[in-house]
Design a protein around this ligand. Sequence first.
Ligand SMILES: *[C@@H]1O[C@H](CO)[C@@H](O)[C@H](O)[C@H]1NC(C)=O
Ligand SMILES: *[C@@H]1O[C@H](CO)[C@@H](O)[C@H](O)[C@H]1NC(C)=O
Ligand SMILES: *[C@@H]1O[C@H](CO)[C@@H](O)[C@H](O)[C@H]1NC(C)=O
Ligand SMILES: *[C@@H]1O[C@H](CO)[C@@H](O)[C@H](O)[C@H]1NC(C)=O
Ligand SMILES: *[C@@H]1O[C@H](CO)[C@@H](O)[C@H](O)[C@H]1NC(C)=O
Ligand SMILES: *[C@@H]1O[C@H](CO)[C@@H](O)[C@H](O)[C@H]1NC(C)=O
Ligand SMILES: *[C@@H]1O[C@H](CO)[C@@H](O)[C@H](O)[C@H]1NC(C)=O
Length: 402
Amino acid sequence: MYLTTLNIILALISVGNVYACNRPYSAWMADSVISRDQAIVPDGSSPSPSTYLQVGFFQSSVLRLIGYYSTPESVCAESNWEDYLNASTNSIAPFLLNATQDTSYPLDRLSTGRGLLHQYDTFKNTKALEGLHSLRESIDIQPKNSLRGYWYYKYPNWSYLDGMYSLIPFLLSYTSRFDPCNSSVADDVIHQLDLLWTHCYQNSSNLLVHGYDSSKTAAWANSITGASPIVWDRSLGWYLMTLVDSLEISSSFPARLSTYLRRRLTQLSESVIAAADPNTGCWWQVMTYPERKGNYIESSGSAMFVTALLRAARLGYLTGEHASDARATATKCYSHLVDKFVVKNANGTLGYNGTVSVCSLDSSASYEYYVSQPLLYNSVHGTAAFVQASIEQEMLNDSGTY
Ligand SMILES: *[C@@H]1O[C@H](CO)[C@@H](O)[C@H](O)[C@H]1NC(C)=O
Ligand SMILES: *[C@@H]1O[C@H](CO)[C@@H](O)[C@H](O)[C@H]1NC(C)=O
Ligand SMILES: *[C@@H]1O[C@H](CO)[C@@H](O)[C@H](O)[C@H]1NC(C)=O
Ligand SMILES: *[C@@H]1O[C@H](CO)[C@@H](O)[C@H](O)[C@H]1NC(C)=O
Ligand SMILES: *[C@@H]1O[C@H](CO)[C@@H](O)[C@H](O)[C@H]1NC(C)=O
Ligand SMILES: *[C@@H]1O[C@H](CO)[C@@H](O)[C@H](O)[C@H]1NC(C)=O
Ligand SMILES: *[C@@H]1O[C@H](CO)[C@@H](O)[C@H](O)[C@H]1NC(C)=O
């Protein structure tokens, strides 16, 4: 026993590593995405409509990682995270500089704003600043439906929960940074979130369905609300993360904004916890039909809920028993994600399994549709969410709070 411990100490000294480190999953998964070069637009090619969110979401995850592990060598990082962020932003910025063009991409394009703001604030990158202004201008000319809800993408009058994750935190951080006197932004934010809340709210589950059509002409649209029929875990995951991330940056806005966000977060997180699968702690692809034929535990939405619940509890947005329930559910799901979906490759990289490719309302929007979309291996929607979930789990473990 004594000898074994001594050998370990000697081994550590002999490699000259002052940090006796074990790379945590957050850093390990981020390094793996970087090794696969999944958040850079390759030279000579143009981004597809789905590239923006992959790049933006992964950048946000790396920024969180740098925020917590400010000395990457202390966690044995194998890639230079700042260099990758720089390269990633430089690869996408040229495609963002025309606001009119920007509106032809989904609202997801705005997720790249966090990375742009980082490059501008930290390194005074002026292309990044141009990109920020174009993205902001693109919101003002984004098509809206008759209720003033932003279209998610090219489908007339349809608003999706998904778009909020990219839109709202970007609009808030841009405004605090460049336009602090614009007090109408807080009201627009509340309006956008509330339109989705009131139109997508499902009485039977207290959860929100994927989206709505204000003109109620889509084949799937509810005749009263325009709502689509299905509660999809990833779209609700984006929405729950939006509430938490927006609260974090709401302090310079009128108090009605944080009051609104906190109220919705309290309501929604309770129903999300109630919808967790009792065996795994995680969430089903179609959240309201656990165990039904074809349904399965989905790995990106589940990692998003873990992230949002742990972060909300850590930041004190959930309190008392509600916070402990959030931690207990999220921690249980997190170990399931690690056991079931994380793949350790022989070359030392990590893979991540069980992420649904994409679900669109440009479909039948039926139960059968949601459970028959292909599953992807190493989808950035899953890996970036897992990086964020891991950071929160590691912070919780490091704090010793349970
Ligand atoms: C970012 O990348 C560009 C292009 O490679 C380089 O010129 C610049 O120095 C880099 N900035 C930082 C802060 O590393
Ligand atoms: C911006 O994009 C729009 C739509 O693609 C195009 O019509 C316009 O010419 C572009 N503007 C500039 C300055 O390139
Ligand atoms: C979208 O809503 C507008 C009313 O704001 C309506 O005139 C238009 O026909 C709707 N489009 C579709 C495709 O339903
Ligand atoms: C404030 O932001 C809103 C969008 O939220 C925009 O429509 C409006 O033009 C802005 N006002 C000013 C004075 O820039
Ligand atoms: C949901 O419940 C509210 C309040 O009880 C009610 O006004 C609304 O009509 C219900 N919606 C549906 C779609 O049943
Ligand atoms: C590591 O191995 C995995 C699984 O075989 C492979 O997909 C990936 O491309 C490899 N990565 C590198 C950097 O070689
Ligand atoms: C991913 O999951 C599927 C379905 O469970 C399985 O068939 C496949 O082998 C898994 N891939 C990896 C790399 O583990």
